[in-house]
Design a binder for this molecule. Structure first.
Ligand SMILES: *[C@@H]1O[C@H](CO)[C@@H](O)[C@H](O)[C@H]1NC(C)=O
Ligand SMILES: *[C@@H]1O[C@H](CO)[C@@H](O)[C@H](O)[C@H]1NC(C)=O
Ligand SMILES: *[C@@H]1O[C@H](CO)[C@@H](O)[C@H](O)[C@H]1NC(C)=O
Length: 285
């Protein structure tokens, strides 16, 4: 009972924070202006306060995403996430200040990967960042990096945000509003959303097999900041060898609490992928 009410309390707290009336001025009107600073190695070490993965990445989308969260810097990296089974991930990183200690400026030609859905633009390089300074970053509210999409315009005026409707009616209305191309761009983990109706991009691939872990949807900040680490438990195959259901429940409770905290503060998604069976891939452990 105690355990369940703790989780319920967290959800209620999140909901109460967001009393809201849909207005055309709510969210989504911001558009960043930025200056290109150059191409840098050491990609993700330069900016680490927030991260977005989406197949629809462009430098403008990235700087706007960072700028509306109050960050003065944004950078795009077209990295290969898993070395053994290459997954191309166009990622955007944000921060208040760049940290160049692990990086080096290189020729612009090294930032020559084309953005997947807009090949007329360039999206950095493999582990190499196209770095931008945002000249009109919005003052950060400081409260949270995460605003539920239905609290922003124009999405809030769509039926998908009408909580008096059933979940299935809301989902059906959203799908009926998407064009065929938008539907396709939302079938990958780095889902594009739809800037046309205000549906934000969303990375479905956050992981928590044995604790919130590194994944395209999870952002760990540099030490010693908050969200620079999460509790890492033994791999499931080892925990299960204890034959202790109560222990597994307690581990799940910690993972769930930390996952919720990462999500509430914009450092991860709200869904976590978890291996449900044996895998021989060392990376899973
Ligand atoms: C945002 O600004 C960029 C660069 O100034 C511009 O190219 C783009 O059209 C603008 N987008 C919107 C939606 O206003
Ligand atoms: C910059 O990054 C390095 C390496 O991760 C770290 O040791 C250093 O503390 C960082 N500097 C700042 C100001 O955060
Ligand atoms: C972490 O968050 C707590 C609570 O908001 C805050 O008091 C503390 O200063 C933060 N620590 C760092 C290193 O930012």
């Amino acid at each position: 009972m105690t355990r369940l009410s703790t989780v319920g309390g967290l959800l209620a707290q999140a909901a109460a924070t967001y009393a809201f009336t849909c207005q055309s001025s709510a969210g989504a009107t911001y558009n960043a202006t930025s200056t290109y600073l150059g191409c840098y190695t050491g990609g993700t070490s330069i900016l680490s306060a927030a991260k977005l993965s989406t197949i629809a990445m462009t430098p403008q989308l990235c700087t706007t995403w960072c700028g509306e969260r109050g960050f003065a810097y944004g950078g795009v990296v077209f990295g290969t996430f898993v070395a053994t089974t290459p997954q191309r991930q166009e990622q955007c990183f944000c921060d208040h200040q760049p940290n160049y200690s692990m990086s080096k400026k290189v020729a612009d030609t090294q930032c020559s990967d084309l953005c997947t859905t807009d090949p007329s633009q360039r999206c950095g390089g493999g582990y190499i960042m196209s770095l931008y300074q945002i000249t009109n970053a919005e003052a950060s509210t400081g409260a949270s990096l995460f605003t539920p999409a239905c609290l922003t315009s124009p999405l809030c005026s769509h039926q998908v945000c009408d909580t008096s409707l059933s979940t299935s009616a809301r989902i059906a209305s959203l799908i009926s509003e998407l064009t065929e191309e938008e539907k396709i761009l939302n079938l990958v983990d780095a889902a594009a959303g739809s800037s046309r109706i205000g549906l934000p991009p969303y990375e479905w691939w956050s992981e928590a097999t044995h604790g919130v872990g590194s994944a395209p949807g999870v952002q760990f900040t540099n030490m010693p900041n908050n969200f620079s680490y999460a509790t890492s438990f033994p791999a499931p195959i080892l925990s299960s060898a204890a034959f202790d259901d109560d222990l597994i429940f307690q581990i799940g409770e910690v993972v769930g609490r930390e996952g919720r905290a990462f999500g509430n503060n914009g450092f991860a998604g709200f869904d976590y992928w978890v291996r449900n069976a044996f895998s021989s891939n060392a990376a899973d452990y």
